[in-house]
Design a protein around this ligand. Structure first.
Ligand code: ATR
Length: 275
C-alpha cells in the first residue's frame, strides 16, 4: 500500500488560509499526489504539534503567523535565506533532521520580475515598513542590484536596526527614514506595513510617485488596497497586490518538498476568483 505524502500549514488563526487550495492546485498541475491540511495550533504548542506531525510521517510544513520565529528555533538546520530573513515559513523533513527555509523573499522576487515583468536592477526603491514582512524580502531585493533602497517606517529605529543587521551594504544603497522625511520620487514603492489591513496608509507626499512608478502592496484583498488606490490616484504606471507573492512563496515551498516547480500565473488567476 502506498501512503500519500503529507504536508500542512500551521498557524493561529488558520481558517482563512489559502495554502491548501494553492498546494492542491500545484499538485494537480504537476501530477503529484499529496495530502495538505490547514492546522490550527495552540499558541504555546508549536513544537509539540510539529514533533507530532513529523513523527507521524509528515514530510513538510508551511508556517504562518504567529509561528515563523518558533519554526526558526525548531529547525535542526537552516538555509542561508532563512538565517538572513530571521524567520522560517517552510520546514522540510530531511535525512539528517528538519530543515528550516524561508521562501517569502524568493516568492516576492519571482512575482515581481517574472510574473509582473518589473525591472529592479538600477531602480530607486522605497520600502514602507520595517517588520517581519520587510525583513524577509530585503536581502533578495538587494541581490537584484537596485540603485538604492530607502526603508521608511513610523518607528525609524526599527528600520535602522534592519539595516544594521544587513551590515555589509554601503549607506549610499540602503538608508532609513521616517515617512515625513521622504522628498524624492521612486521607481518602485513596496508597501510592507500591515497598515493596509486596517484600511490605513502611511502619510506620504504625492510626489513620491511619478507616472513611471510601479507600486506593490505585499498585502492583498478582495478589492485594491488603500495603498493601491492611492498609487493609482498619484498616477503610478503599474500597481499590484501581494496575491502573486503568496502563490510564488508557496510554489517555492512546493519545489523544496517535491523537486518540481509549479507554474504560478494560472494559480494566481484561479485564487483571485475566490477572494
Ligand atoms: P509583519 O511581520 O507583518 O511585518 P510587524 O512586524 O508587526 O508585522 O510590522 C508591521 C509593520 O507595519 C511595521 O513596520 C509597523 O510600523 P512600526 O514599526 O512603526 O510599528 C507598520 N504599521 C502597522 N500599522 C501601521 C500604521 N497604521 N501606519 C504606519 N505603519 C504601520
Amino acid at each position: 500500500m502506498t501512503t500519500i505524502p503529507r504536508y500542512a500549514v500551521f498557524g493561529n488563526p488558520i481558517h482563512h488560509s489559502k495554502s491548501p487550495v494553492l498546494h492542491q492546485a500545484f499538485a494537480k498541475q504537476t501530477g503529484e499526489s499529496i495530502a495538505y491540511t490547514a492546522e490550527l495550533v495552540d499558541i504555546n504548542e508549536f513544537s509539540s504539534a510539529a514533533d507530532q506531525f513529523f513523527n507521524q510521517g509528515g514530510l513538510g510544513l508551511n508556517i504562518t503567523v504567529p509561528f515563523k520565529i518558533d519554526a526558526l528555533h525548531y529547525a535542526d538546520t537552516l538555509t542561508d535565506r532563512a538565517k538572513k530573513a530571521g524567520a522560517v515559513n517552510t520546514l522540510i523533513k530531511k535525512n539528517n533532521g528538519i530543515e528550516g527555509d524561508n521562501t517569502d523573499g524568493a516568492g516576492f522576487i519571482y512575482d515581481v520580475t517574472q510574473n509582473l515583468q518589473w525591472t529592479l536592477t538600477n531602480k530607486r526603491i522605497l520600502v514602507l515598513g520595517a517588520g517581519g514582512a520587510v525583513r524577509g524580502i530585503l536581502d533578495p531585493l538587494l541581490q537584484t542590484k537596485p540603485q538604492k533602497i530607502v526603508i521608511a517606517n513610523r518607528t525609524v529605529a526599527k528600520a535602522q536596526r534592519l539595516i544594521e543587521d544587513i551590515n555589509t551594504t554601503p549607506e549610499t544603497i540602503l538608508s532609513a527614514c521616517h515617512y515625513s522625511d521622504i522628498n524624492d520620487t521612486f521607481d518602485m514603492i513596496i508597501n510592507g506595513t500591515s497598515a493596509s489591513l486596517h484600511g490605513d496608509l502611511p502619510a506620504l507626499p504625492n510626489t513620491t510617485i511619478s507616472n513611471n512608478s510601479s507600486c506593490y502592496d505585499m498585502m492583498y484583498g478582495e478589492k485594491p488596497t488603500v495603498f493601491m488606490q492611492w498609487a493609482v490616484q498619484c498616477g503610478a504606471e503599474k500597481v499590484a497586490d501581494g496575491l502573486g507573492m503568496l502563490v510564488c512563496q508557496g510554489a517555492e515551498s512546493f519545489y523544496q518538498w517535491r523537486g518540481i516547480k509549479p507554474k504560478t500565473q494560472s494559480v494566481i488567476d484561479q485564487l483571485r476568483l475566490t477572494l
